[in-house]
Design a protein around this ligand. Structure first.
Ligand SMILES: [Zn+2]
Length: 378
C-alpha cells in the first residue's frame, strides 16, 4: 500500500480575505463564468464584496440560493442552474452543507471548485468528498471525488461574526481528527484516499488537537466579541485546514461512524455534525478502552467550550432500547469507518459504549460542573 496525502491546491485565510477572492481565482486560471452556490446569510453578507472583488478580476457570476440540504435532489437543481449559466467554475459560500453541494456539483460537471466557508463548523471545506443526506436530513452516503478543491478561501472577519455555537461545533469535528487518525495509523488501515497515512498527516492531526486545547476557549471568546485575534486565526486553521487534511489523509474511525448512527434518531437533527461527532469521540475512547489520562482532557475541553458530553445534550434524553439498537446498528453498518478500529466492533458493543460515555459525561458534569443552563452561550 502506497502512502497518499491530499490537500486543496490553494488555501488562503485571513481578515477580509473575500476582497482577494477574484484575484486568487484569476491567479489560478479560474476566470468564470462562475456559479456561486450560497446560503442565505452568506449571500446577504458577501454580495457587495463579491461585486467588487469578482468585478475587479473580470469574473462574471450568478448566485444560486442554496435549498438547505446537501441531498441528491438539491445537487441536481444546482447542476441545472450551472448548465443554464454556462458556468466554468463552481463557488460554494456558506456552511458545510453548501460547500458539500458545491463540490458534488463541480465533480459531476467536471468543473473546478472554490470553497468559501463562512463558518468554521466542520472540516469539510478542504476535502475531496461530500456527505450526502436525504431531504429529511438522514445520513445517506459519502461521495468521493477525483480531486480536492482548487481554492479554499477563509475570511476570518466573516467567521468572527458567525454564531459562536458553529465555531464550537467545528471544534467538535476537529476534536475527533487526532483520535481517529491515530487509530487508523496504528491499525495500518487505508485513509480516505485509499492509501496509507503519511507522517505529515498524523503530525497535522496532532497539531490540530493541541491547537484546540490551547486556543479553543480564547477563540470562542473572540467570536462572542466578534473580533479577529491570533487565537481565533489559529483555531480557524485547526477547524478547517488541519482537521481537513488530518481526517482525509489519515482516516476516520468510530467517532464519525457513531455520528452517522446518531443521525438515525430524529431527535438529534437539531444538533450540528460536530456536536454529535464530539460525543462520538467519547464513545470511541470508551470503545477502545482508553485510560483516564486520555479521556479526562477531552471531557475538560468539551465542557469548557460547551460541546456535548451527554446524550441529553444531543437531544436524546429518552433513549429507548429500540432507538439505541437502531443507532448502534447504523453505526456498525457495512463499510462504516468504525471497522477501522483494530478489533471487531459489534452493535451491542456500540450500544454499551454509548451508555457508558453518557454516564462518564454526566458524572464529569456532576463533579466539575458543566456549561448547563445559563452557562451555555446559545
Ligand atoms: Zn466530520
Amino acid at each position: 500500500m502506497h502512502a497518499v496525502f491530499c490537500s486543496p491546491s490553494r488555501y488562503t485565510q485571513g481578515k477580509n480575505a473575500t476582497a482577494v477572492l477574484g484575484k486568487e481565482m484569476a491567479g489560478l486560471g479560474l476566470r468564470g463564468p462562475a456559479l456561486i452556490v450560497a446560503g442565505k446569510s452568506a449571500a446577504r453578507r458577501l454580495a457587495d464584496l463579491w461585486k467588487v472583488s469578482l468585478g475587479e478580476a473580470g469574473i462574471r457570476y450568478t448566485v444560486h440560493a442554496f435549498g438547505g440540504e446537501c441531498s441528491p435532489a438539491e445537487i441536481e437543481r444546482v447542476k441545472t442552474a450551472a448548465r443554464q449559466e454556462g458556468a466554468r467554475v463552481v463557488v460554494g459560500a456558506g456552511g458545510g452543507k453548501v460547500l458539500d453541494t458545491a463540490r458534488a456539483v463541480a465533480a459531476d460537471l467536471d468543473l473546478p471548485v472554490v470553497n468559501c466557508p463562512t463558518v468554521a463548523s466542520s472540516d469539510a471545506p478542504c476535502s475531496a468528498l461530500s456527505v450526502i443526506y436525504t431531504e429529511e436530513g438522514v445520513f445517506h452516503e459519502y461521495r468521493f471525488y477525483r480531486k480536492n478543491p482548487d481554492l479554499v478561501l477563509v475570511d476570518t472577519q466573516v467567521i468572527a461574526h458567525s454564531p459562536p455555537r458553529l465555531l464550537v461545533a467545528g471544534m467538535g469535528d476537529a476534536l475527533a481528527t487526532w483520535f481517529e487518525a491515530r487509530t487508523c495509523v496504528e491499525g495500518h488501515v487505508r485513509n480516505m484516499r485509499g492509501g496509507a497515512s503519511t507522517r505529515s498527516a498524523l503530525a497535522l492531526a496532532r497539531l490540530c488537537y493541541d491547537t484546540l486545547i490551547e486556543d479553543g476557549a480564547a477563540a470562542l471568546q473572540a467570536v462572542r466579541t466578534q473580533v479577529v485575534t491570533p487565537a481565533l486565526e489559529r483555531l480557524i486553521e485547526a477547524n478547517t485546514l488541519l482537521s481537513g487534511l488530518g481526517f482525509e489523509s489519515s482516516g476516520l474511525a468510530a467517532a464519525h461512524a457513531v455520528h452517522n448512527g446518531l443521525t438515525a434518531a430524529a431527535a438529534t437533527h437539531a444538533y450540528y455534525h460536530g456536536e454529535k461527532v464530539a460525543f462520538g469521540v467519547l464513545v470511541q475512547l470508551v470503545l477502545e478502552g482508553q485510560p483516564q489520562s486520555v479521556v479526562e482532557p477531552v471531557l475538560r475541553f468539551a465542557t469548557a467550550v460547551g460541546l456535548p458530553v451527554t446524550l441529553a445534550e444531543i437531544g436524546l434524553k429518552e433513549f429507548s432500547g429500540d432507538l439505541l439498537e437502531q443507532v448502534a446498528g447504523r453505526a456498525t453498518a457495512r463499510g462504516e469507518t468504525i471497522h477501522n478500529e483494530p478489533f471487531e466492533v459489534r452493535p451491542d458493543m456500540v450500544a454499551d459504549a454509548l451508555l457508558a460515555a453518557d454516564a462518564l459525561g454526566r458524572d464529569w458534569q456532576k463533579h466539575h460542573g458543566g456549561p448547563v443552563g445559563d452557562d451555555i452561550p446559545w
